[in-house]
Ligand binder design. Structure first.
Ligand SMILES: CC(C)(COP(=O)(O)OP(=O)(O)OC[C@H]1O[C@@H](n2cnc3c(N)ncnc32)[C@H](O)[C@@H]1OP(=O)(O)O)[C@@H](O)C(=O)NCCC(=O)NCCS
Length: 188
């Protein structure tokens, strides 16, 4: 599998993706304990600066083990972190990965998640040689489903009992993004 370079900065026009820094830890306070963010991610449920900094450190470690590429989303022209976007769960042959994202509440409603997701997935296809990127979304998570649709991801239907979080199994709506050459070939 292609390596996950560090440092990495990706320019997505309205947003910039950059490495998480220890100094960003306080921004996590805005999303710590938020049901939609915490149940499926490693973001701490309760906020303490120690836990938040540990989350940033853990992401760095997972990156060096090539498990997850998590990048901070920053609005163009600013430096405040608006959210996180990540590629992870890489298949052994390096052809498939899963996409995740969240925004702090004040950054939602401006299309930043779509821009960030498009930027990291384009990079995944071009630089990492990925062929497929999957999104698994709770059926009732309308904003996230809209992000998947804006990306042009193909809806694959409900995958029952496919995600374990918070001590139970969840049915997830699956969407797939295909490498640009596949999309061009199929005329999608
Ligand atoms: C999912 C998330 C990243 C989307 O952020 P965003 O880019 O700001 O998305 P928006 O607020 O612009 O919403 C996207 C779409 O959903 C719609 N939407 C937003 N809130 C909605 C609601 N409560 N009910 C119905 N539609 C809603 C918007 O109108 C928009 O639709 P449009 O594309 O037709 O304009 C953000 O809501 C978030 O961080 N949620 C918590 C974490 C999460 O769920 N992550 C994804 C896990 S799979």
């Amino acid at each position: 599998m292609a390596s996950l370079p560090e440092p990495l900065t990706l320019d997505g026009g309205s947003i910039l993706l950059r490495d998480w820094r220890d100094a960003d830890a306080p921004i996590l306070e805005a999303v710590c304990g938020e049901w939609d963010v915490c149940r499926f991610t490693s973001v701490p449920w309760s906020y303490s600066l120690v836990e938040a900094t540990a989350w940033v450190t853990r992401n760095r470690e997972k990156r060096s083990r090539r498990e997850v590429l998590a990048l901070a989303i920053v609005e163009a022209g600013g430096d405040e972190v608006a959210g996180n976007v990540n590629l992870g769960r890489f298949s052994d042959d390096g052809s498939r990965a899963a996409l995740g994202y969240w925004l702090v509440p004040g950054a939602r409603g401006r299309g930043l998640a779509s821009a960030a997701a498009r930027t990291i997935t384009n990079w995944g296809f071009e630089a990492m040689g990925l062929r497929q990127i999957e999104l698994a979304i709770l059926p009732e998570n309308t904003p996230s489903r809209r992000v998947a649709e804006r990306l042009g991801a193909t809806p694959e239907g409900l995958r029952p009992d496919s995600h374990e979080a918070g001590g139970r199994w969840w049915d997830m709506e699956i969407y797939t993004l295909h490498a640009p050459d596949v999309v061009a070939r199929s005329g999608r």
